[in-house]
Design a binder for this molecule. Structure first.
Ligand SMILES: [Zn+2]
Length: 326
């Protein structure tokens, strides 16, 4: 173990602030482990310096990075949900087959990684049908879960939920209950719930994790937050979000986040570089620790274990009600 890893491991327990009972409860709850399968060049933070028409000519690293994650999950006996971008599925069908063969859940991350609220409903529907069919043809099984690029289902794009249901999706994990410039529906539920869409369809929603500290919502779902916070702080926030283990939470990561050797784009803004490149070298080790501190399964396994039909968890919202949330 390196010095760096040692210093992470021995950070003061007080920083986590959780009690032994919380940890024990948290350890029993089955949280959702999810991976958004896209390459480093698909990321919104680099969109200003890499155009979609350049994607095909850039060296792809998604396959090797996803295979490292698959090996890590196998070593830890964890099944995860992989939201696969249609663009990647088309280039690497063998990777999608490998994910499914490993007993993991395959779900859709759309096709082109464009923000839904910038798309027309027609374009969104066309891409959604195309990416779902692509994955189903590759794995020979139905795909029923969806995650929007950059969590772009917001007040402006709730219409997308009707299209998802009409395309045959039964659950979604795109709504971040935080206030943020580019995504989020502040005030929306922080535990799995059901949404009744404008046209009367019903979708299960598994929101992205947020902790509540001093009245503030703090994102603690994974990705950049996972890399930027010291690990004990992230663990505390994740445990706080789950109410000490009383409700399952959603963790997410991208394959490029465990890849410190990816090409660097020094012409991106300082903030974009900070968001994209911070602690890439620590991430895989942290993920290993997270899987020791909490129990994880696929999104569907986690939702089912939660028994959302019991009264306490039966939050049901209409999209009309969601428009009113602030
Ligand atoms: Zn994405």
């Amino acid at each position: 173990m390196s010095d760096r890893q040692n210093s992470e491991s021995s950070a003061p327990a007080a920083a986590s602030g959780d009690t032994l009972r919380d940890r024990e409860n948290g350890a029993r709850t089955l949280h959702a482990m999810s991976i958004d399968v896209e390459d480093y060049f698909h990321v919104a933070a680099l969109a200003k310096v890499i155009r979609p028409d350049q994607w095909g000519s850039l060296p792809s690293r998604v396959e090797q990075n996803t295979e490292r994650l698959l090996a890590l999950f196998e070593r830890n006996d964890v099944k995860a949900t992989f939201f696969v971008l249609g663009w990647v599925a088309e280039k690497c069908p063998q990777l999608v087959r490998k994910i499914a063969a490993g007993g993991h859940e395959v779900a859709s991350h759309g096709y082109s990684h464009q923000l839904i609220y910038n798309q027309t409903p027609e374009v969104f529907r066309e891409e959604t049908v195309r990416s779902k069919a692509l994955l189903e043809d590759i794995i020979g099984a139905e795909v029923s879960g969806y995650r929007a690029a950059s969590y772009s289902i917001t007040h402006k794009s709730l219409w997308a939920l009707d299209i998802l249901a009409e395309c045959g999706f039964t659950w979604d994990s795109s709504i971040f209950p935080v206030r943020h410039d580019n995504y989020g529906i502040p005030g929306s539920p922080r535990a799995p719930y059901t949404i009744e869409t404008e046209k009367g369809h019903v979708l299960r929603e598994f929101p992205l994790t947020t902790a509540r500290i001093g009245g503030l919502s703090i994102p603690a779902a994974g990705g950049g937050y996972f890399r930027q916070f010291p690990y004990p702080v992230f663990r505390y926030l994740f445990n706080n979000a789950s109410g000490g283990g009383s409700r399952p939470q959603m963790f997410y990561l991208h394959p490029w986040e465990i890849d410190p050797d990816q090409p660097r784009y020094n012409n991106a803004s300082w903030f974009s570089r900070f968001r994209h490149y911070t602690n890439l070298d620590k991430c895989e080790h942290r993920l290993q620790r997270l899987m020791q501190d909490f129990r994880f399964g696929t999104v569907s396994q986690s939702y089912d274990a939660y028994k959302p039909e019991s009264t306490e968890f039966s939050t049901r919202l209409t999209t009309q009600q969601m428009v009113g949330l602030t």
